[in-house]
Each structure stands twice: as C-alpha cells, then as structure tokens.
Design a protein around this ligand. Structure first.
Ligand SMILES: [Zn+2]
Length: 711
C-alpha cells in the first residue's frame, strides 16, 4: 500500500512561540492546565479576565454551566461595529476618491476557495487565435445554446466565409461515443490515462517532458439532476496534486434513476485502469517518456464512501470508518461516544476481520489504495456541513435546553450584516442571516467556523458554549492552515478530542453522531494528506456544479455532457497563468503617493496566485511579520513590471491577542488592533506575509490571516 504524504513549505514553520505541549492537557491528578507561552504580550485589560474565564472553562469541562459571559450586554451588546472608531480609522488619511461599491464577484470565475486563475479570459496568455477558435472559446465560456450559435454563424458567414455552418463543426463536438448499460443505468468512460494527459497538456506552465510522476486525488459522488425526477449522475472525477494542483477532470460518468445497483460493475473499467497506470505509468506521445502515477486518496462524502468501500453507513452500529467501536442507539440515531477506541487498519480491512463493518467486497480492494488510510474523512461534509451546521441548528432550532431564542438569532444576524463590508472577495458570499440558515452553502459554514464565528458569537453565546465552540475553531484553524498544521497537529487533535467529549455533555448524549465523532480522526488524515483544504471535496463540488450546468434539457443528459465536455477539451483550454509579480488593475491618480515612487503608476488592485488585494475595505488588510496594516495604494512602473510597491498604513504597536487560551491568538498571527499610524510607508510584495480578514470587534478590530494567502 502506498501512502502519499503531502509536501508543504516548512520554511516558515512556527518554532519557539508555540506551546511545547498542547494548551489543553490533563495532569496526572486529572486537572487541566493551559499553555502560557507567547511572543506577544496581551496588553488589553480584558486579558486577565479572559484567562481566568478560560481556565474556569477548562476546569469546568465536565460540568458545563449555562452562564452568560460577563461581557454579554443587555440586549445585543454594544454594536459590533465601532462606528466612531471606524470613521476615525478610515479618515486618518485623505482617502482616494474611489467608488465604494464592492465588486460583485462572478462565482463562475472562481474556484471553490480562492483560485482566481481559472476561467478568466482576461488571464489568458495564449497567442493569436483564429476567429473560429475564438468563437468556440466564447461559446463554451458563456454556455451558449447550439441553436443560438447556429444563428450567429449564419449571420457571420457572409463576412467570414471560412466559418462553418454547423455549430458542432465549430466546436468539434464528439458525435461518436460508446455508452454502455450497466449497474441499472448507462455509463460512459472517458478514460483515466487520456484524461490525465489532456489535463497535463492543457497546462501552459508545465514542461511535460520534465514530469516524472503525477499524484492523483479521486472523487466519486452522486449528483441529482432535476427536482422533478430521480435522474442522477455518478461522476468519477480526479485531479492532480503533484506536480501541481489541477482543477478536477472527469474519468467516467454513470446516469441512472438511482445510484449504481452494482458497485463492481460501476467501477470495473476505472479500477482496471487504476491498476494498470499505477503499475506501468502512462506514456506521453510527444516525448515517448513514461510518467509514474500514484494515488493519494479517494475523497467522498459519507454515503458515497460507504457505497464504494462497501461498508456500513453512518447509521450502522459499526459505521465508523476509522475505529472499531460499536455505536449506541439513542433517540433514533446511532452515536459513537468513545473518542479513543481502537483504530482500523488497512490490513484488517483487506482481511475483512471485522465482518460486522462490511456489507460486501469493494472493487478498490483490488487496487494499491489503502482502504482505511487512503479514504479520508472529508472536511467539507464532516466539518462544515456536518458539525458547524449542527451547532448552528442546535443554537437556533435545537431542544429548549440548548436553544438560544429569537433575540440570539436577530443579534447574530445583525452582526453578520454589520461585517458584510469587511468580507474579503475570497469568501465568495458575503454572509447571510441566520434566518436563511437552510440555504447556507458549505463555504458560508466554513467562513463562520474559521473566521467570523468567534468574533460574532463573543458576548452573545453562553460562556460554556462559546468556549466549547472556540476550541473547535482553533483546532480547525490549525488543521486548515498550510503554515501551522504540522506544528499544531497533536495540539489540534487533543482540542478536537476535548471538543467531542464535551459535545454530549453540553448538547445531549444523542449528539455523538457520526460527524461529531469523526472529528477525533481528523488529525490523522491531516498528517497524511496535508492541511484540510488539501484533500477536501470543495474543488470537486465546484466541478459538479459546473457539470450540472452542461445539462440544458431533460432529454439525454448523458449525451449532452459527453458532447459539451468534448467541445471544451477541443476549444476551451483554460489558462492557469498569473505572472509571479501579480496582475495589477484599475489605474487611478488619487494617491496617496510616495516621493520615491512619483513616476510609478497607481493601481487599485492586484491579483496574485494565492490572494487578491485591493485598496478597498475588505481586501486591503495585510500582515507583514507581526505587523497589521491597510493597503492604501499599489504602485508599479507598469502593468508588466515585476516591481510592485504597496503603500501601507500600519496599525500602531502594542497589538494584542484576541484570545489567550488555550493558546495565544498571536501564535496563530491573529491580533486585536486599533490605532492606525498617521503616516504611510511602503513595502515590497515579498514583505507581505498574508492577507487578513479585518473584523470590527467593539471599539477595536480583529485581524485574522486568510489561511491560503500565506507566502
Ligand atoms: Zn471512530
């Protein structure tokens, strides 16, 4: 069994300013202690209060009490927006006269988290192309129906006689394909080797002759097609994670009125190919050299994972993928209260030692893929749509003993609205009211959990629940952070075990459900595959959404997808190219200028590979070392220049921690800030450590580094 350990940049790893042992630890006498080390002093008056409150939380882990935080205000507390200080802050400098309206992000142009490089025609770097190629690209980009294309071609042909009459000729639509009937539906196989080669060949930045090995992630999931019928796709997807992170691509697709009735039939062609390419590699036609193929992991939601592994589902007594405990039936659900049960192993799975866990033989057992170790629990479904959604549901609609009432909902909703102007472009959605909770997307739950929740809930949620949520937030922030996760792996694991242990005490013994319990296994997967977003369903879900849009009418959806994808492969090679220096846009003349760079052009925004920075609120907060500041202008000799200068107004020294337990927030580069300097200074792009979310908090602000923007 081959296990692929994800590489990450370790150069910037935290060292001395990390607790030697996790902040939450049990002494031999059973009491708990907290870590106190930090490189940043906590200067605010609330530090001692927070420390004692936190210590009380730790010592009270076993006896939760529903007391409201001392900071809780009578109604909703002081407005989260420090309006006076905001004005002060924003008025410290003459502001450029720039339209304050926020750009509405075209979600279609952005990958699941923060890939600004995809799908944008403006980023394209290709050389001159012909009219029909250009038209084909446009048709695919905007998903233009064929009858409209046919009409357009008829109008253009008198002026451009070389254009074809038929849109299928223009788009090189595949008209010869072999759909087979299997597993109670129909199936088309694009082919693993072919799909990998198309992906590699479509990357203009890749020197394919230099590629020796490719590592793949696989994904299998169901995709309902129409509300009015049971028709559903079961696409088999993959993406490369070495030598680069690609967008997902399709290998095979099943169409039926239900999921495939026979998993062996469904995956037969796929598994056979996996075995061949893992054994022999794939041959590149242009160079005749062989590229070795490895499988990193298979990413699925819980029902799909149980289906392809042929094991009991999350509602089975032996439903945990990772440990052998027998669940308990409480209030019509299966619960898994044991956080330290014996773990399953690949060998035990292959030998089917725990018979009660299996419902059949998985076709993946005939591949080199580890049936336990290489089927990670998915962050998007388990954490965001699982536990975070459950917590919000418990607080708003749960049993009377834990529900927080209408005032809580209106208060949180108001705070969510208040922070809207501070939401960075990477969030995709600006945050909706708790009244719209049923319509929240996975990214909204993620943003609430990782960034906004701790600020929004503080002072409103009862202290025991808030502190419980906070350790969940910190653990996930650590595990989702490319810079921190290795260092905090054990710490985050202990936090999650404490969080799960307490979940039942706070919210009821019937809440130890599969998703909540699964958190205790999360750190093991992170150790194997890297930070949480490195192996999540987010990019695959994004692709499935695009796949669904290819179906324009109910008739023959499988044929439609095959044709549309063949057109995209022929015409719509997506560029991943963004210059190392970033792409500057929106030239202006409003300053502030700096004498040294008088002749440089001024720009409002810059798109980098891993972040978007603008001089507008929400996208202008950056971290450099441990200094937080606001970008006031972006200077460059020209759009093509490698030199980018950022004019920054820094927050004054004395930045303090937002929390000090179970570790100092400054250890995670999270700071409370307030006073801005009166003057600006300049830094180079290489001096930026990360972009931050800057959230108003009482009369101050909390700066939280965006996890994927670390340099
Ligand atoms: Zn388990």
């Amino acid at each position: 069994m081959s296990i692929i350990y994800s590489e990450s940049s370790g150069e910037n790893a935290i060292s001395e300013n990390v607790p030697r042992t996790p902040g939450l630890q049990s002494n031999e006498d059973g009491t708990s202690t907290t870590s106190t080390s930090s490189t940043v002093r906590c200067l605010d008056k609330s530090t001692s209060t927070e420390n004692s409150a936190s210590e009380e939380f730790v010592s009270n882990l076993r006896v939760p009490q529903h007391t409201v935080d001392q900071e809780t205000e009578s109604a909703c507390g002081p407005n989260l927006l420090p309006r006076d200080s905001l004005n002060l802050l924003e008025n410290c400098l003459p502001q450029p006269d720039i339209d304050s309206n926020y750009d509405v992000l075209n979600v279609e142009n952005v990958d699941s988290h923060m890939n600004f490089s995809s799908d944008s025609s403006e980023d394209s770097s290709e050389d001159e192309i012909s009219l029909d190629e250009d038209l084909g690209k446009w048709v695919n980009q905007f998903n233009i129906p064929h009858n409209a294309v046919r009409d357009l071609l008829a109008k253009l042909r008198p002026y451009h006689s070389t254009l074809p009459k038929d849109p299928r000729t223009l788009l090189k639509t595949k008209t010869d394909y072999n759909i087979v009937n299997l597993a109670g539906g129909s199936y088309y196989h694009f082919g693993t080797e072919n799909s990998i080669l198309v992906e590699l060949q479509s990357n203009p930045e890749l020197d394919i002759a230099a590629v020796q090995n490719v590592t793949l992630q696989l994904n299998i999931d169901g995709l309902p097609l129409f509300k009015s019928s049971n028709a559903q796709f079961w696409p088999i997807l993959a993406r490369t994670v070495q030598p680069y992170n690609s967008k997902p691509f399709i290998i095979g697709i099943f169409l039926g009125e239900h999921k495939p009735t026979n998993v062996q039939e469904f995956l037969q062609a796929y598994v056979a190919e996996i075995n061949v390419i893992c054994e022999s590699g794939i041959k590149v036609p242009e160079t005749n050299h062989i590229i070795g193929i490895e499988i990193s992991c298979v990413i699925c939601d819980t029902p799909a994972r149980a289906f392809v592994k042929q094991v009991k589902g999350h509602s089975g007594y032996y439903g945990c993928d990772k440990c052998v405990q027998r669940g308990f039936y409480i209030n019509h659900r299966i619960t898994f209260p044991d956080t330290r049960a014996n773990l399953r192993t690949d060998v035990q799975f292959d030998e089917m030692i725990h018979e009660e866990h299996h419902i059949g033989r998985s076709p993946f057992m005939d591949t080199p893929i580890g049936m336990v170790s290489q089927f990670p629990l998915d962050y998007m479904h388990l954490v965001c749509l699982g536990v975070m959604k459950r917590l919000l549901w418990l607080w708003t609609k749960g049993p009377v003993s834990v529900r927080q009432g209408r005032q809580f909902i209106s208060c949180i909703s108001r705070r969510l609205a208040d922070i809207t102007p501070y939401v960075p472009r990477e969030f995709l959605r600006k945050g909706r009211s708790l009244n719209d909770l049923d319509r929240w997307k996975a990214t909204e739950y993620r943003n609430f959990l990782v960034y906004t929740g701790p600020v929004i809930l503080k002072g409103i949620l009862p202290t025991d629940m808030y502190n419980h949520f906070k350790i969940f937030n910190i653990a996930i922030y650590c595990l989702a952070n490319a810079l921190f996760y290795r260092h905090y792996l054990n710490f985050a694991h202990e936090l999650l075990v404490a969080f799960v242990d307490q979940f039942g005490h706070l919210y009821g013994e019937d809440q130890y459900v599969y998703n909540v319990h699964g958190l205790v296994h999360l750190a093991d997967d992170v150790a194997r595959f890297g930070e949480l977003d490195n192996y999540s369903s987010f990019p695959f879900e994004s692709y499935l959404g695009q796949l669904k849009k290819l179906v324009r009418k109910p008739n023959a959806p499988l044929q439609q997808v095959i044709r549309r994808l063949s057109e995209k492969k022929a015409k719509f090679v997506q560029s991943m190219y963004i210059p190392l220096s970033g792409s500057v846009k929106k030239k202006h003349n409003n300053g502030p200028r700096v004498n040294e760079y008088q002749l440089y052009g001024q720009y409002q925004e810059i798109t980098l590979t891993n972040m978007f920075i603008s001089i507008k609120r929400g996208d202008n907060c950056i971290l450099s070392g441990e200094k937080v500041g606001l970008v006031r202008n972006i200077l460059s000799p020209s759009e093509d220049s490698l030199e980018r200068i950022f004019v920054v107004q820094w927050f004054r020294g004395g930045q303090s921690c937002f929390y000090c337990d179970p570790l100092h927030s400054s250890d995670l580069r999270i700071f409370k800030v307030f006073h801005l300097n009166d003057h600006v200074s300049t830094i180079q792009m290489r001096d930026i450590s990360s972009k931050c979310v800057l959230l108003p908090y009482r009369d101050q602000y909390v700066a939280i580094p965006l996890m994927h923007s670390f340099f």
